[in-house]
Ligand binder design. Structure first.
Ligand SMILES: CC(C)(COP(=O)(O)OP(=O)(O)OC[C@H]1O[C@@H](n2cnc3c(N)ncnc32)[C@H](O)[C@@H]1OP(=O)(O)O)[C@@H](O)C(=O)NCCC(=O)NCCS
Length: 185
């Protein structure tokens, strides 16, 4: 059964204060939590068109392929003794051909029980800030058209829809459209 985790986003009853959450560069020990956050959506959502759980080795290879021009960041909740990874974001290579080098594609994923606290906004603001500092020219987001929270998040941060591809995905027994949203930096 498909369980879309976003339906009650706006009704999340437990507020999280801004100071509880820090955003920092991702490190190797974070990859298991990053992978767990992502794999939840493989099973439950069209926000990824992945349909098979990724392995930790695949996530490690993904992380290794990121360089200082393509940062990976995590949102962490600080507890007295340890940190809890509750979301992550990345600037990914959009196309490996050289002329695309100033164009990046973003990813942003929150743990499914952490929606609706403004954390997606904070991760995206940090990705945009980093992209500007690095000197990228534009960011692209490829989003399943049925993912209203993701579309709204990107629109709020200045992304505009530039393309729509019809029925390019098939998951949970239905065809899915993908929209591309773009933000100039
Ligand atoms: C998309 C996602 C990152 C949003 O994170 P979030 O912390 O819940 O979002 P925020 O609280 O920062 O809200 C940002 C904006 O998104 C929109 N939004 C959030 N939840 C929404 C919902 N359920 N329905 C419609 N719009 C919603 C609103 O415009 C909101 O801005 P506002 O609060 O100023 O009105 C989060 O839902 C998520 O991790 N989803 C699964 C992964 C995913 O879809 N990633 C994107 C792939 S590129």
């Amino acid at each position: 059964m498909v369980v879309e985790p976003f339906a009650d986003t706006k009704m999340n009853p437990t507020p999280i204060t801004r100071s509880e959450i820090a955003i920092r560069p991702a490190r190797e020990p974070d990859l298991s939590a990053i992978s767990d956050i992502y794999n939840y959506y493989v099973d439950h959502s069209t926000c990824t068109y992945g349909m098979v759980h990724e392995t930790l080795a695949e996530r490690q290879a993904w992380f290794a392929s990121h360089d200082p021009q393509h940062p990976v960041i995590v949102a962490v909740r600080n507890h007295p003794a340890d940190e809890e990874i509750i979301g992550w974001g990345a600037l990914n290579v959009f196309n490996k051909r050289c002329a695309y080098k100033s164009t990046v594609e973003n990813s942003v994923y929150l743990r499914h029980d952490m929606h609706g606290h403004g954390l997606g906004t904070r991760l995206m603001e940090e990705l945009i800030r980093l992209a500007q500092i690095i000197g990228h020219h534009t960011i692209i987001a490829g989003i399943s058209a049925d993912q209203a929270p993701s579309v709204a998040l990107h629109a709020k941060l200045g992304f505009v829809k530039v393309a729509e591809l019809r029925e390019v995905g098939y998951k949970f027994g239905r065809w899915l459209d993908v929209i591309y949203m773009q933000r100039m930096l």
